[in-house]
Each structure stands twice: as structure tokens, then as C-alpha cells.
Design a protein around this ligand. Structure first.
Ligand code: ATP
Ligand code: LTN
Length: 355
């Protein structure tokens, strides 16, 4: 029996290239996250939550990019556990695995295969300019491996394999998206229109959540100070404690402005969780103290994370359901990946596979 995606249609309305690129009448979206730590509130509010909003409008591929994770040394058992936890979180956050293709990158061999080809269309000079490489090389000076250097090429392969139209990413990933576009254009210039040129989709301003301990730095899952980040699995008491300890300032007024980065970050968290605007929040807390603001922020965060944690706990019990989603979606991703891959292999001159 054929799966729906095997009968899928790329519309072929004459001459209209944009429509030709649509998959089942929708544009294609790809994004991914590394399973290299416990996810933070920043990851949720800045990425996952937006993915859920976009998931109806686009044909979506959401990957747990475990192949990227090993560019930094990982403990195998921990990586496996975290990858499963991330997969579960995608679903708990509201991504339906029967509508969205949610899969482990390492289950689809096409990523590595396309990456090899794209490596041969990427210049050392381009990769040398990547700021994430420079940062990570400085941080992991004892393990500056070739994978860390070619990380952006694997990311380009992820995106180009599915003829992706849009890629929701944070500002920090824009440089990688630019190089993806450059590689795709270079390839298309030589071989014709093989790849769709992807566009970045950067979420709303204010979606960048900063560290609770240093509000000039983004909240990050690899931060060594556990008080700097709220983890998605933190219990209510921990959340309250971390928010109470958040660094503010000695101004004593609640205004939404760059001069008060700690307060601004708390207001951003409050607004992102409650759906209120910064103007409304400033009015609400006018004349009140930081203690009140922190109590309200902690309450809002708990009210967002508690149901999410409940859904995770429920899903963890549904092992066979998760396993079947993992399997079906890997097959679906591989199906689409192979379509692009075979085309690319033919273009570069690899011999045809006998049927
Ligand atoms: P690491 O510390 O391992 O580099 P990270 O927490 O910075 O990880 P990434 O894995 O680089 O997160 O990013 C996953 C997604 O979450 C990306 O789309 C990124 O833009 C988004 N993201 C990460 N941190 C934040 C944040 N503080 N605020 C908003 N979005 C964020
Ligand atoms: N590098 C990204 C994760 C990532 C990704 C992708 C994001 C890997 N491949 C493709 C979007 C599209 C990160 O660290 N946030």
C-alpha cells in the first residue's frame, strides 16, 4: 500500500515556478534542534512555540539533528536519551507527528550523502568566516574536528534535501542560512534549477530570551550556571527560585527599555508567556516593585510549562506510539530526501542505479 506522501504531487501549473515548488499545495518548512543539553525556556519561546504556529500553513520537516551534535564530544547514552527527550518535546509542544515529519537526522542517510556532494561545492574560505565555528573552536580547543568546520554544509544538506522554502531560525543561525543559499545558487548555476533557494523566517523581536544571571547574554542550554536558564522540565519551586534570583538593577522602576536589560528580559518572558504586549505589562506593573514582577513572571512561566510537562509525562508512557512515529516519519523523510538526492547524483555524473 502506498503512503499518502508517495502519491504526493508537486503542482505543475504551467510556467508558475512558485506553485510548482509546492508540496501538496503547501510550501515546505524545515527546522531542527540539537539534542545537546536540556532545552530552555529560550528554546521554547524563541523556536518551538513558533514552529507550532507555522505547522498548519506549511508542509513541515522537524528534525532532531543528532548528527550535528557529535561535532562536540558526547556521551553515547546521554545523547540517545536527550534525542528521545527532544523528539518527545516536539510532540508535547504541539507538533502533530502525523501531520509533520518529525524524525532523527541520523535515520535518514540522505543527509550525509548530500553533504558529501555539497562539500565539494563549498570553499574553505567561506567556512573560515563562520562565527559559530570560531566560537566553538575557541570553546573546544582540544577537539577542533573537521565536522565542526563543515557543520554548516550538513545544515545546508538538511535544508536543501527537502526543497525547503522557509527555515525558521534564530538570528544566530542567519550566517548558516546565507551559506546554504550561496551553495544552492552555485550548484543551480552549474546544473540548472536543482535546489529551491530557502528563505529565513526569523520570529518576532522580543523572542530572544536572555540569561537570568547575565541579561546581556542569551539564555542557552549549554550555560554552565544552572541559575541562568529555566529548563523546560524545571519544577515550579525551581522556577520560582530562579526567577527570584534573576539579576535586575538598582533603578527601582519597571520600564521596557534597553537601559534595564534584566527588567526588559523579565517583561519579555512575561509577555511571551501571557500573550500581553510590553505596553500593557508596563502599565500593569507601574508603581510596583521588582518582587511583584518576579512573582508574576514565575506564575506565567509555570502556567506554560506545567501542561507541557504533563504532556511529556503522558507521551513517555506511550512508547510504542512514539516508536511507530519515529519509524514512519524516518521513512517519509527518506522518501523525499531520496528524490532530491537521486536528481543531484545524476547531475554530478554518478552512474544510474540499475532497477
Ligand atoms: P547551545 O547552548 O547548545 O548552543 P542554544 O540553547 O543556544 O544551544 P540552539 O540549539 O542553538 O540553542 O538553538 C535551538 C533553537 O532555539 C534555535 O532556533 C535558536 O534560535 C533558538 N534559541 C536558542 N536560545 C534562544 C533564546 N535564548 N531565545 C530565543 N530563541 C533561542
Ligand atoms: N544549527 C542549528 C540546528 C540546525 C538547523 C538545521 C536549523 C541543524 N540543521 C537546519 C535549521 C535548519 C542550531 O544549532 N540551532
Amino acid at each position: 500500500m502506498l503512503n499518502w506522501y508517495q502519491t504526493e504531487k508537486r503542482l505543475t501549473i504551467s510556467g508558475n515556478k512558485e506553485e510548482q515548488n509546492m508540496l501538496n499545495g503547501k510550501k515546505v518548512l524545515f527546522s531542527g534542534m540539537q539534542a545537546t543539553g536540556n532545552l530552555t525556556l529560550g528554546n521554547y519561546l524563541g523556536a518551538l512555540k513558533n514552529w507550532v504556529t507555522l505547522s498548519d500553513e506549511y508542509e513541515c520537516f522537524y528534525s532532531v539533528v543528532d548528527m550535528h551534535s557529535i561535532t562536540v564530544r558526547q556521551d553515547p547514552a546521554t545523547l540517545r536519551k536527550r534525542a528521545r527527550a527532544l523528539y518527545t518535546l516536539y510532540i508535547a509542544a504541539g507538533l502533530d507527528p502525523e501531520k509533520n515529519c518529525i524524525y532523527y537526522q541520523s535515520h535518514v542517510s540522505g543527509h550525509a550523502e548530500l553533504m558529501w556532494i555539497l562539500n565539494c561545492f563549498t570553499y574553505m574560505g567561506e567556512l573560515n568566516r563562520m562565527t559559530q565555528f570560531k566560537d566553538k573552536a575557541a570553546k573546544h580547543a582540544d577537539n577542533i574536528n573537521a565536522g565542526l568546520f563543515t557543520y554548516p554544509v550538513l545544515m545546508a544538506a538538511d535544508i536543501l534535501l527537502y526543497q525547503t522554502d522557509v527555515v525558521p531560525v534564530g538570528i544566530d543561525q542567519m550566517q548558516h542560512l546565507e551559506i546554504t543559499r550561496d551553495i544552492a545558487e552555485r550548484f543551480n548555476n552549474i546544473y540548472g534549477d536543482v535546489f529551491t533557494i530557502p528563505e529565513a523566517f526569523v520570529g518576532k523581536v522580543g523572542a530572544k530570551i536572555m540569561s537570568l544571571q547575565d541579561p546581556e547574554k542569551k539564555m542557552s542550554k549549554s550555560d554552565e550556571n544552572p541559575n541562568a536558564s529555566i529548563y523546560l522540565m524545571d519544577d515550579p519551586d525551581t522556577i520560582v527560585r530562579k526567577v527570584k534570583r534573576a539579576v535586575t538593577d538598582s533603578e527601582g522602576v519597571i520600564l521596557y527599555r534597553d537601559e534595564q536589560p534584566g527588567v526588559k528580559n523579565l517583561l519579555n518572558i512575561y509577555c511571551a508567556c501571557s500573550g500581553k504586549t510590553p505596553e500593557d505589562a508596563v502599565k500593569e506593573f507601574g508603581g510596583r516593585g521588582y518582587g511583584d514582577l518576579k512573582t508574576a513572571v514565575a506564575e506565567e512561566v509555570v502556567s506554560v510549562l506545567k501542561p507541557l510537562q504533563g504532556r511529556v509525562a503522558q507521551l513517555e508512557k506511550e512508547k510504542s506510539y512514539l516508536d511507530s512515529m519515529i519509524k514512519n516519519n524516518a521513512e517519509k523523510a527518506q522518501y523525499f530526501a531520496n528524490k532530491t538526492l537521486r536528481k543531484v547524483q545524476k547531475k554530478v555524473g554518478f552512474p544510474e542505479r540499475p532497477r
